[in-house]
Design a protein. Structure first.
Length: 54
């Protein structure tokens, strides 16, 4: 049972990250921000989150 919850939790986490990245990319494109800057900011944000959590 624990393994099933772990797998489901990972799946939800991965889908949530995907939705976040797609949404932030759409917002940034609406403001005419270059894709390179969008990518750099998203990678940097997740790097900071990983350091805070770990």
């Amino acid at each position: 049972m624990v393994y099933v919850l772990l797998i489901v939790s990972f799946a939800i986490l991965i889908k949530g990250v995907d939705v976040f990245i797609e949404g932030s990319s759409v917002v940034a494109k609406a403001f005419k921000i270059p894709e390179l800057i969008i990518g750099i900011v998203i990678v940097r944000l997740w790097n900071v989150v990983a350091r805070i959590c770990g």
